[in-house]
Write a protein that binds this ligand. Sequence first.
Ligand SMILES: Cc1cc2nc3c(=O)[nH]c(=O)nc-3n(C[C@H](O)[C@H](O)[C@H](O)COP(=O)(O)OP(=O)(O)OC[C@H]3O[C@@H](n4cnc5c(N)ncnc54)[C@H](O)[C@@H]3O)c2cc1C
Length: 552
Amino acid sequence: MPIDLETLEATLAALDDFARRNLPDAKLRELDDKDEFPEDLVRRMCSDELGIQLFFVPEKSGGLGAGSYGVYRICEQLAGVDVGIATGVLATFLGSEPISVGGTEVQRRQWLGRIAEHGILMAYGATEPAAGSDLAALRTVAERVEDGGKLVGYHITGSKQWISNGGVADLYAILANAPGGPTWFVIDKGTPGLTAGKPEDKHGIRASNTAALALDKVYVDADRVVGEVEGQGLLQAQAVFGYTRLMVAAFGLGAGWAALNRAIEYSKSRVQAGTPLAEKQGYTHKLIVPHAARLEAARAYIEEIGTRLDAGEDQLNTEGAIAKYLATEAGNAAADASIQALGGYGYTKEYMVEKVKRDVRITTIYEGTSEIMEMTIARDRWQTHLKTRGQHYHDVAAALEVLDRRQPEAGASFAALAAHALAGVLERARVARLTRHQHILFRLGELIAWCEGAAAVVRRAVALAEGTLDPRAPRRFDATAMAALARVFAREAARKIGDEGLAHLVGAGGASDGGCAELAASLGLPAIQRAQAGQLADLDRVADALYGRTSA
Ligand SMILES: Cc1cc2nc3c(=O)[nH]c(=O)nc-3n(C[C@H](O)[C@H](O)[C@H](O)COP(=O)(O)OP(=O)(O)OC[C@H]3O[C@@H](n4cnc5c(N)ncnc54)[C@H](O)[C@@H]3O)c2cc1C
């Protein structure tokens, strides 16, 4: 049973209270300055004192199993405090996920039970010096050890790079090449031959421990193979991406909002040229409002995927990638804009936004870089485009048009324009064979993510208006403000897909037989431009909502 509203609210309140007492800004800055992982605090968070680990462990393995939706809310809040500390907590669940999906019943009880009961910390060891985005290039090997012809264990030799909790974990999940293929092994801290390097001196998330690992003939018994079958490692790693990338997406969301909230507060009292910055459109409509809209579009997408995962859907890798891509890029951009929004103060450590910016930066890199997300998204949806003979995004648009008739305020017609334009861009790319260029393929990945984000934020606005939004969803914005946010993002998405899609097609030589104007018309650019009517008024409305002002 996914977490209920009451338990979720109590958990978030306890987390908030813990952070207020133990992690004030001064403490977070000190950890950042000293490049120090607060091991005792993370262990207290994962002990009876806070019990945060219980929500990540399924009920059948001794936890409380908050489900993906609950985990998204918890991860967002954790990252709003500090992405480094959140990473220290998350690493345990990255490490335990291969066990969750691929472990035997006994293994799940044993290792997940230790996390739930004793709050042990885990590390997830996949990346290697020569195997980053391309995990298949992994070189760590696991040699079988036999006794009288019977397999009894393995000797694991190799190295791992950039491992969160690498120097502090009690238990390690290590991906290594066994004779049957890539395989996850579970190794206890202190096992002879396993050593961690010194903590990396990083750009951000300096409150997290990141270390290389060296494995020199580390012996493990045969029952340390996750699932007790060799060769399942990459499949198990893939199988958890929908969920683990959702957690990192929530980090982007939490950190982005943490920075933006500081900028909003700052701009209420900072007076320049006679009035607070909060009252200046040139400020709010560039540095605050579009970022709020992008973050809320990402939230809408995260919530949909969390709900689907909790309903038992698996194979949501592409959707996990879209969620991560939208939320972490939005979080990173929001944090950057927040530095600008605080001017010179934003550039100093005391005001914290520069730290958030350095911290959130990692979310576009780990658990798959943004470029790998673009590739994942584009490849999958390209197949959908081909299988449906170009109809898929026209169908998405048709569903949005139905929604628009029901709730015309929610911006569904703009999202529909975005989807029609995307279908047109994809089809033109097919006819002109443009996806053979990696650049075009990746840029399509970006446009696809924006289109799906626009559809999700519109659906969220409709659900809020109709009273069907999940009760566990945060309600910072009322239905009117949410609809304005949805319109702002959907218009931006339509403009981006139309304008940039056209530019990419033309740039790759895809317009030679038709001409730019004709192509622009076929993508619906004139309608997209007309749909920008009202954008300024909506930016005003969202600004008013963010600053608690009554809209004119
Ligand atoms: C602080 C930190 C914590 C981490 N924690 C963990 C952890 O706990 N466990 C773990 O296993 N790993 C961890 N990682 C590793 C992380 O997941 C990898 O850094 C990431 O997947 C990228 O791999 P890479 O660094 O080797 O970069 P590369 O794969 O070399 O990529 C470099 C650049 O090239 C791009 N690129 C890569 N492949 C392609 C391609 N085919 N086409 C076009 N462009 C491409 C990338 O997008 C990127 O911009 C962590 C990393 C950091 C920095």
